[in-house]
Design a protein around this ligand. Sequence first.
Ligand SMILES: *[C@@H]1O[C@H](CO)[C@@H](O)[C@H](O)[C@H]1NC(C)=O
Ligand SMILES: *[C@@H]1O[C@H](CO)[C@@H](O)[C@H](O)[C@H]1NC(C)=O
Ligand SMILES: *[C@@H]1O[C@H](CO)[C@@H](O)[C@H](O)[C@H]1NC(C)=O
Ligand SMILES: *[C@@H]1O[C@H](CO)[C@@H](O)[C@H](O)[C@H]1NC(C)=O
Length: 257
Amino acid sequence: MRTCVHLRTLSLNFLITLTLLCVCDGARQNQDSPVKAVNLGGWLVAEGWIKPSLFDGIPNKDFLDGTGLQLKSVTTNKYLCAESGGGTILVANRTAASGWETFKLWRLNESTFRFRVFNKQFVGLDGINVVAVTNISTDSEILNIVKESNNSNRVRIQTSSGYYFQAKSEVAVTADISEVSGWRDDDPTVFELTIGGRMQGEFQLTNGYGPLKAPLVMKALNRLLNFPFLVPHACEAGYAKFYATLALGTQFVVFLS
Ligand SMILES: *[C@@H]1O[C@H](CO)[C@@H](O)[C@H](O)[C@H]1NC(C)=O
Ligand SMILES: *[C@@H]1O[C@H](CO)[C@@H](O)[C@H](O)[C@H]1NC(C)=O
Ligand SMILES: *[C@@H]1O[C@H](CO)[C@@H](O)[C@H](O)[C@H]1NC(C)=O
Ligand SMILES: *[C@@H]1O[C@H](CO)[C@@H](O)[C@H](O)[C@H]1NC(C)=O
């Protein structure tokens, strides 16, 4: 494992050095030469958008670690928001979703999560009120995301003691109801889910597969990632092209100016 990391670091340094040399050289010859594409991903690390199938075997793969969730209350029709970005209560009074309205998943396993807010606090309870005040993950609430069976955009958030989050009003988000039924539009425990950002890297891969399967997946992945070969193609008149061919079977133009 250590050798693999070392090899990859060396390869990266080599590539960066070579790239920089050619950029400087190119820039001298043509001050206006625009940089059109820089893409080192996938060669050195696992990335889902390059090789989505790597993630296919992960249970509940919509909810990988680091995924940002935005939740719109079907009753207030407003987004759930960590007021001030964190440090106080949650509210449901925002018409648009951005940083304060995005909850990042801290994935414990396929069905349990902690939520982290913009200022990095974790979502928890203060009595029945839903708040985001603690910096310490273990002081926060373990949450389950319950999807409507035929519509994965409708969810409820359930605490470990079986209570559901509800937006009773725009400024009162509580967890004080344990009996729910149906997915009606007048049910304050129902939220419409949108994914506001995904992360698909090695951590998501290993965390997603869990401690038993992850070592096998990573072993197979490392075998693939450590035999790329690099062909410095041409470096003339401000044009530098490098092709890194992945053993994964994909060829990328990693630098094209
Ligand atoms: C949302 O509610 C909080 C808490 O009452 C309030 O401070 C904030 O100004 C409200 N924001 C909007 C956009 O209504
Ligand atoms: C996930 O973790 C929770 C809490 O530790 C546990 O109750 C549940 O069985 C786990 N689920 C799976 C699928 O491992
Ligand atoms: C959380 O961390 C911030 C800065 O890292 C600190 O200022 C704040 O006091 C901490 N809050 C708690 C409740 O520990
Ligand atoms: C899901 O099923 C319920 C009844 O089981 C139905 O009322 C609802 O309209 C369905 N939703 C979608 C999006 O098909």
